[in-house]
Ligand binder design. Structure first.
Ligand code: SF4
Ligand code: SF4
Ligand code: FES
Length: 457
């Protein structure tokens, strides 16, 4: 641990670690400083020159991303001179920019737009006809599209493939006006984390094929959640939008920073897993495969529980929230059922890697273990009540509480998916995390806890 010292920024004193990066202090203390190339996960590159500040005793402005904090340092981040420097650098960045913001997917979350409003607002000296033209639709692979004209050559994307995934698919080729991001000859952007370059890109040069042209970002609402793709429990934002009279729709998952779990990133499979929450959903209550009324189905369930007393097996999906699993433990006890959550089915060694992806594809298996629930396969079942576990079980009668459509059974009850409910998960490193309710449907399926209340009433 480095020594903590005082540093003065814009006449205010802050505590900072001696020898740490000045830009980290500015970001942490929310002191406005524009930057393109610096990123906390990638470190300094010093190529964009946007993060200039004045330091007492230095003749010229310095870049904050490559300046180490020293004792007695005095910094000016918003003097007239520094704002003029930023305007001039921005003008250079924009010389060949196509200014196609109205059709750009980054509009609304673009650093270039923001900085232009803060420091630009200059009259352009270059006409559209004079701008150097580059390719506008380059398919890099892995769901990522490149618009070379919008690129500010910050090299975040190339550094990501060099420093984070070590796959080296991307580079900057050419000089001056001809410089552009490109894949290496004969290669595609092709790694399980490739779509993170879309989040890293500070402008609209890299966009997600999956998201582009689907929704303007200012219409989206954002909720904090946790990916259910594996036991790592990467933190995510769920971006969704409920148009008037229509159902709430999820448009994308984005990584949410958590240094103790996933840092800044998520895998592409987890990122795209939002689609599963909206496809093939079970929406109606079924009795012998026919739609039925809730009262009738609940009565049938109660009769079966009564008739099969002491011979009931209750199965729990290891992706349910802890709150739901605990409620099911209590419910099993109240009806004298035996509780199982077979975990072997979730194992997938092919999925595992040494970055984030876990071989255990159950988001909350740790809670199943912590609550000492039997994780083997049940044998000799009379009545099985399955709460969203992916397996089907041999039994005289099976009842399903399920998010998605599945095989024929005596009774089927639709349940809310994790995005339609709030709750907690414990990841494989025993870190407990919270998911907010993101999606509000017009006709929501009850949560498991709500169904249990109905069964008891
Ligand atoms: S494509 Fe985006 S991330 Fe890559 S160098 Fe250009 S602006 Fe930076
Ligand atoms: S590593 Fe696992 S938890 Fe993280 S994004 Fe991928 S699937 Fe989701
Ligand atoms: S952020 Fe400092 S030079 Fe780019």
């Amino acid at each position: 641990m480095r020594e903590m010292i005082d540093i003065i920024v814009d006449s205010k004193t802050y505590k900072a670690q001696n020898g740490s990066l000045l830009i980290d202090l500015l970001i942490r203390e929310k002191i406005k400083v524009p930057y393109f190339c610096y990123h906390e996960s990638l470190g300094a590159d010093g190529n964009c020159r946007m993060c200039m500040v004045e330091i007492e005793g230095q003749k010229r402005p310095q870049i904050a991303c490559d300046t180490l904090i020293k004792p007695n340092m005095q910094v000016r981040s918003n003097s007239e001179n520094i704002c003029k420097v930023r305007t001039d650098i921005l003008e250079l960045e924009l010389i060949n920019h196509p200014v196609d913001c109205p059709t750009c997917d980054q509009a609304g979350e673009c650093s270039l737009q923001d900085f232009y409003m803060d420091y630009g607002l200059h009259n352009t000296k270059i006409t559209i006809q004079e701008k150097v033209k580059h390719a506008k639709h380059v398919d890099l692979g892995s769901n990522v599209m490149l618009d070379q004209e919008r690129c500010v050559l910050c090299a975040r994307c190339t550094r990501f493939t060099d420093k984070i995934t070590h796959t080296h698919e991307l580079g900057i080729i050419g000089r001056g006006d001809e410089a552009k991001v490109s894949t290496m000859p004969g290669r595609k952007l092709d790694n399980p984390y490739a779509m993170n370059v879309v989040d890293l890109c500070p402008v609209g040069a890299l966009t997600s094929k999956d998201f582009r042209f689907h929704q303007r970002v200012w219409f989206l609402q954002t909720s904090n959640s946790v990916c259910h793709g594996c036991a790592k429990g990467c933190n995510i934002y769920i971006d969704h939008n409920k148009m008037k009279y229509q159902d709430d729709v999820i448009y994308r998952f984005r990584p949410r920073r958590n240094d103790a779990v996933n840092g800044f990133f998520i895998c592409d499979e987890g990122r795209l897993s939002y689609k599963d929450l909206q496809e093939n959903r079970q929406e109606s209550i079924l009795l012998y495969e026919e739609e039925t009324q809730e009262n009738k189905a609940l009565q049938e369930l109660k009769n079966l529980i009564e008739n099969y007393k002491e011979k009931i097996t209750l199965i729990v999906d290891a992706n349910l929230f802890t709150d739901e699993i605990e409620a099911l433990v209590a419910f099993a006890k109240s009806i004298s059922a035996t509780l199982y959550s077979p975990l072997e089915i979730y194992k997938d060694e092919n999925f595992k890697d040494d970055m984030l992806k876990s071989a255990n594809r159950a988001a909350n298996y740790k809670t199943i273990e912590n609550l000492n629930i039997n994780t083997t396969l049940p044998t000799k079942n009379a009545l099985v009540i399955n709460f969203n576990h992916p397996l089907d079980f041999e039994a005289d009668v099976q009842i399903n509480f399920t998010t998605h459509k599945r095989g024929k059974n005596r009774l089927t009850f639709p349940i809310a998916a994790f995005s339609e409910n709030a709750g907690h998960l414990t990841n494989e490193d025993s870190i407990m995390q919270e998911c907010q309710k993101a999606v509000f449907k017009n006709n929501p399926a009850p949560t498991i806890v709500e169904w249990l209340q109905k069964v008891r009433s």
